[in-house]
Design a protein around this ligand. Sequence first.
Ligand SMILES: [Fe+2]
Ligand SMILES: [Fe+2]
Length: 168
Amino acid sequence: MDLQFEISRRLSREHQEVTSLLTRLAKLMQSYRMENMPDWQGPEARRVLSDLKGALRTEVPNHFAIEEQELFPLYSGEGGADMVELLLDDHQVILDLVEEIRPLVEKALDSPDGLTRGEWEGFRAKCNAFVTELCSHAEKEEFGFVPAIDELLDPAAAKRIFNRYLLM
Ligand SMILES: [Fe+2]
Ligand SMILES: [Fe+2]
């Protein structure tokens, strides 16, 4: 997809990056069943969880914020109102999962014993839901919303929004 503005290219690249992180997370979840927990000190689990921690802390919230504050209003006013409703509902579901998963990721990384079995069961279920919800959301935006806003933006607005995003 050829996008003309930096802000739309940036969002699109982040959709691809988060999808690849979610694929790694799904693989980690699949390779450990309910009854056998990951080795929390193992390099494979730590790499995925460290990247996930960064995504939950800053990348996902900032990405959602610039969409909600700058781009959804534009899209909504130009015929995308129904889609924006759906996308906002997705954001809420995903941000609720972020709040639940984040403390468990931090505990898995920071405590010498990782998660308890009970925490692991909850973590695994929440991560699987997070993968499903965010993959489907990113794909929905990638094929509708991103190309649409790239058409709707003018160069001055695109530059202002991109600069604002860089400061988030
Ligand atoms: Fe979004
Ligand atoms: Fe997005």
